[in-house]
Design a protein around this ligand. Structure first.
Ligand SMILES: *[C@@H]1O[C@H](CO)[C@@H](O)[C@H](O)[C@H]1NC(C)=O
Ligand SMILES: *[C@@H]1O[C@H](CO)[C@@H](O)[C@H](O)[C@H]1NC(C)=O
Ligand SMILES: *[C@@H]1O[C@H](CO)[C@@H](O)[C@H](O)[C@H]1NC(C)=O
Ligand SMILES: *[C@@H]1O[C@H](CO)[C@@H](O)[C@H](O)[C@H]1NC(C)=O
Ligand SMILES: *[C@@H]1O[C@H](CO)[C@@H](O)[C@H](O)[C@H]1NC(C)=O
Ligand SMILES: *[C@@H]1O[C@H](CO)[C@@H](O)[C@H](O)[C@H]1NC(C)=O
Ligand SMILES: *[C@@H]1O[C@H](CO)[C@@H](O)[C@H](O)[C@H]1NC(C)=O
Ligand SMILES: *[C@@H]1O[C@H](CO)[C@@H](O)[C@H](O)[C@H]1NC(C)=O
Ligand SMILES: *[C@@H]1O[C@H](CO)[C@@H](O)[C@H](O)[C@H]1NC(C)=O
Ligand SMILES: *[C@@H]1O[C@H](CO)[C@@H](O)[C@H](O)[C@H]1NC(C)=O
Ligand SMILES: *[C@@H]1O[C@H](CO)[C@@H](O)[C@H](O)[C@H]1NC(C)=O
Length: 558
């Protein structure tokens, strides 16, 4: 399925929460009134005085190469959920969803009557989420025990989706948003309904309120909660720490600034050693700094026209390809692209930033970054998985009254290495991509012009980088470890288990998944509670079709 990636990537900008079309959709959610009170999430294991824990799971790339997913449990039912750092809600497709997009994915079986399911407002608090490509999912807010590795939160609010036209692929049943609560639509409508990671941090359950992310081109990435993966980060003092930007209020939001997105300033950009100093769209918004959102839910790299056009202007043989902001380069390019954060260089080799060859000219390759029109939230750059694969990323959530949120970047590419050779790039592209059906224009295209929308936030209430706030971050009983970021050697580490399981899924008609373990260790069944009989299933669903869809996946678990 490698080829599908490169087609899709050129046709649709995919992010789980916001759009990059013209004009881009706003990246925040408005607060709503008439909210219903909901008891806070609580620990299944109520020993919250324990020192705290960590957990680690493998992260896999979906077949269409658009999403990275993990397996979580809702009650005792396992699901694959795609990771997103630019949204803050967990949602899972339920058996009530009968639309086409829901057919071939495991669904939360409502008729099972999970003992840990807790209804919210008699299932009448609406949940809805919209996506960049115009697709949407909706349903109601409910609570379940959500478990991840061996971290478990009961009463965790989530979106139970009953209608959807979102196609995620790879039997992925929903999305796990790892953003700040201000971004959560459920938190907006239900006070106290904190997102899953916020629940862990606010309950003081983690060894440290952070998560670490390693992304690979297969299923060997990891998501560590409460600690960093010591099999990848071998020297924690080489992590480059960046304070996250707080945002001013928007509209009728509360009258203090707070954290919204995983956004940090880019200090500089270089193309093969030539500086392309980024120029922020709203220089007043954040002290003349250009801002970057680090987003695992985005499968590309996007920047503003004023920066991206100067980047490609310095690159030998580059061509502006179309009005979606796409440039092409000779596939045999010999230049590296460097993003500087916190004064440190993070380099991308051609195999990191090239998308694939075009059918119009197989010697020309489409390339990241792609340019986008100005976004009124002032976030100019969006660094998705092509960048995140080149670093280990630590998202440190911050501690109420003590420590701001920070993003730690641990380089995996050698910043002083020479550009890859044309032979290497050619071999990489032939193994990893197919030709993209893009006819190159035979005339020079002008860069489109855009009007810049007004900046969306109320700048009369200041917001700053690394602001220490008093709420919505982790429990203040945590001792800050990142105060002197030069010595963050005390942060907890965790190492992944080498245990491997083979998982076989069978989908007789889109609702039922069973598994056959071919290993001597347990396997994971998606979407079906353990021991729930097929008789029970058949009472709930229409007659099974005779043709089964089968899927084989490798899964690692603890
Ligand atoms: C709570 O955790 C602490 C530290 O791990 C342990 O000593 C204590 O026995 C635990 N208490 C309960 C009730 O599990
Ligand atoms: C799971 O939790 C236990 C303590 O309850 C801890 O000892 C163990 O290391 C944890 N496992 C992982 C993989 O984090
Ligand atoms: C998906 O559903 C939403 C809500 O029903 C609708 O507004 C949108 O047009 C649909 N999009 C597509 C691509 O079908
Ligand atoms: C870890 O990295 C720091 C900073 O680069 C360096 O000074 C130190 O020697 C490294 N430690 C080890 C054990 O390599
Ligand atoms: C913000 O609002 C709260 C009450 O909603 C009020 O007590 C406080 O004084 C306000 N702060 C500012 C700076 O206006
Ligand atoms: C980053 O790269 C640029 C261009 O190669 C170089 O001039 C600069 O010294 C580098 N900075 C660091 C901290 O390595
Ligand atoms: C922002 O920085 C650029 C480059 O250093 C400078 O030319 C420009 O005047 C600055 N703008 C503001 C508003 O400070
Ligand atoms: C980029 O820099 C490397 C050396 O750092 C050099 O070999 C290569 O030719 C340069 N590429 C271009 C297009 O100038
Ligand atoms: C990084 O690249 C430079 C230049 O090619 C090389 O000398 C150095 O050994 C490399 N370092 C590592 C750790 O691979
Ligand atoms: C911006 O905030 C100030 C200070 O709280 C307030 O007086 C003003 O009405 C706000 N503006 C808007 C457009 O909400
Ligand atoms: C760095 O932190 C470690 C653990 O927190 C501590 O043992 C060590 O003394 C610190 N080093 C410095 C130079 O502050």
């Amino acid at each position: 399925m490698l080829s599908a990636y490169y087609f899709v990537v050129c046709l649709a900008l995919v992010d789980f929460v916001f759009g990059l079309g013209n004009p881009p959709a706003p990246r925040w959610t408005r607060r709503q009134t008439n909210a219903v009170a909901l008891p806070s999430a609580s620990l299944l294991d109520t020993n919250s005085t324990a020192a705290g824990r960590s957990g680690i799971l493998n992260v896999a790339l979906s077949d269409d190469r658009q999403s990275y997913y993990i397996v979580i449990e809702a009650g005792d039912i396992s699901f694959r959920v795609a990771l997103d750092t630019a949204s803050a809600d967990l949602w899972i497709t339920s058996s009530a969803c009968t639309t086409t997009a829901c057919h071939s994915i495991p669904k939360y079986p409502l008729s099972y009557q999970s003992p840990s399911f807790i209804p919210v407002n008699a299932n009448s608090t609406p949940f809805s989420v919209g996506f960049a490509d115009g697709t949407a999912a909706s349903g109601f807010v409910a609570r379940e025990t959500i478990q991840f590795a061996n971290l478990s939160v009961s009463n965790q609010p989530f979106g139970m989706v009953t209608s959807s036209n979102v196609t995620i692929g790879s039997e992925i049943s929903g999305i796990l948003g790892l953003g700040f609560p201000r971004l959560s639509t459920i938190f907006d409508s239900v006070p106290g309904a904190t997102p899953f990671f916020t629940s862990l941090a606010e309950l003081g359950m983690l060894a440290y309120p952070l998560f670490g992310l390693s992304l690979t081109r297969d299923s060997s990435g990891t998501l560590a909660l409460g600690a960093v993966d010591s099999s990848i980060v071998t020297n924690t003092s080489r992590i480059v720490w960046n304070e996250v930007l707080a945002f001013s209020p928007f509209g009728t939001e509360r009258n203090v600034s707070s954290y919204l997105q995983w956004v940090i300033p880019i200090s500089d950009i270089y193309v093969n050693g030539t500086e392309v100093l980024p120029s922020p769209t709203y220089p007043f918004a954040a002290s003349n700094m250009s801002l970057a959102l680090l987003d695992v839910g985005t499968s590309g790299i996007y920047g503003p026209y004023q920066d991206v056009s100067r980047i490609f202007a310095t690159m030998t043989g580059s061509r502006f390809v179309d009005y979606s902001g796409q440039w092409a380069l000779p596939c045999a390019t010999s230049e590296i692209m460097t993003f500087q954060f916190g004064g440190q260089n993070f380099t991308l080799q051609p195999s990191d930033y090239l998308i694939g060859a075009t059918s119009g000219d197989p010697n020309m390759c489409l390339s990241w970054p792609r340019a986008t029109a100005p976004s009124s939230d002032g976030i100019d750059w969006q660094l998705g998985t092509p960048f995140l694969r080149t670093v280990y990323t630590v998202f440190s959530y911050g501690i109420n009254t003590k420590e701001p949120p920070m993003i730690g970047l641990y380089p995996l590419n050698n910043a002083s290495a020479l550009p890859e050779t044309p032979a290497f790039i050619s071999s990489f592209l032939s193994s990893a991509s197919a030709t993209i059906a893009t006819a190159l224009p035979n005339f020079v295209l002008a860069t489109p012009t855009y009007t810049t929308p007004p900046y969306a936030f109320n700048t009369s209430i200041p917001a700053s980088l690394g602001e220490i706030v008093s709420s919505d971050l982790a429990l203040s009983t945590y001792s800050p470890l990142l105060e002197r970021t030069a010595n963050a050697t005390g942060i907890p580490t965790v190492s992944p288990s080498p245990t491997r399981a083979t998982l076989i899924l069978t989908d007789p008609q889109g609702d039922v998944f069973t598994s056959i373990s071919t290993a001597s260790i347990p396997s994971v069944t998606l979407g079906v509670p353990p021991g729930w009989t097929s008789a029970g299933i058949m009472m709930d669903v229409p007659p099974l079709l005779s043709i089964a869809l089968s899927c084989i996946a490798i899964w690692f678990f603890l």
